[in-house]
Design a protein. Structure first.
Length: 266
């Protein structure tokens, strides 16, 4: 018994089970595909050479080279569009049927990775390696900045407590921070590494500005800690491209003056 439909045909086999069929390119009627691979006809084994690897797969004799690629994707990790299949030295198109070009049981195929896809992967690996190295460089600088940040915090505690601190302490610490800023400027970074570098640059700049304020307050203890008594004069260049985009700022003059008037006591 046979029934037809717009999608194909349904045939009852000897066990009274329905079998779906479909019309393949070229007018061939075959059993409907299951999971993207034709299931009609006898199964054959193919030997596929992929570089130093050898794969053996079983496919229906009337499958296409596209079907073979889909099976090989699970074996090789290469997407079908990244594969090139050769039989008898000639590359075959996805829609070509195995049996139509003479592929038989235990025939040998050669699998090559598409050159454009391979080049793209190599470039991606190279970029990933560069990003990884850049991230490591940023982490190294961050560790040194952590130590300097602790020293800035110690100076801040001393100044706020009213203790007099030698100007040299501020100058030397600022120079150390500028060294770290120049190190960050020398890191070629892309992607996540670029984001991390930018965060660290802003952190170092913030610490330098904090030192400017503390130095001015240390020189003028009568400012009573007012925020309006000190202006930060450090100017920063735009830090985006890296590799020489930063110049160390000139020495910072004191921005605070004593303005108290003293009354004469008779």
């Amino acid at each position: 018994m046979k029934k037809s439909s717009s999608k194909g045909a349904v045939v009852m086999n000897g066990n009274n089970e329905e079998i779906d069929w479909e019309l393949r390119p070229g007018g061939m009627l075959v059993q409907k595909r299951d999971d993207g691979v034709g299931t009609s006809g006898p199964m054959i084994k193919l030997r596929v050479s992929h570089g130093s690897y050898q794969h053996e797969i079983s496919v229906p004799a009337q499958a296409t080279f596209g079907d073979v690629k889909r099976l090989l994707a699970h074996e090789t990790g290469l997407e079908p569009k990244e594969q090139r299949l050769l039989f008898r030295g000639k590359e075959k198109e996805d829609e070509e049927c195995l049996h139509m070009v003479g592929v038989k049981d235990m025939s040998k195929l050669v699998l090559l990775e598409d050159p454009a896809s391979k080049e793209k992967k190599l470039q991606q690996l190279k970029m990933d390696d560069q990003i990884s190295k850049a991230c490591e460089a940023v982490v190294k600088v961050r560790s040194e900045v952590d130590n300097l940040a602790e020293k800035v915090s110690e100076l801040e505690t001393a100044v706020v407590s009213g203790n007099k601190v030698a100007d040299k302490e501020f100058i030397v610490l600022t120079e150390f921070l500028m060294v770290q800023l120049l190190k960050l400027d020398g890191i070629e970074a892309e992607g996540e590494a670029k984001v991390q570098r930018r965060i660290e640059v802003r952190r170092v700049q913030s610490l330098v500005e904090t030192l400017d304020i503390l130095k001015a307050r240390n020189s003028n203890p009568f400012s009573n800690g007012g925020n309006n008594a000190v202006s930060v004069t450090t100017k920063w260049e735009t830090f985006e491209g890296g590799m020489g985009s930063l110049s160390a700022p000139p020495p910072i003059p004191s921005s605070s003056q004593l303005t108290q008037d003293w009354e004469r006591f008779e």
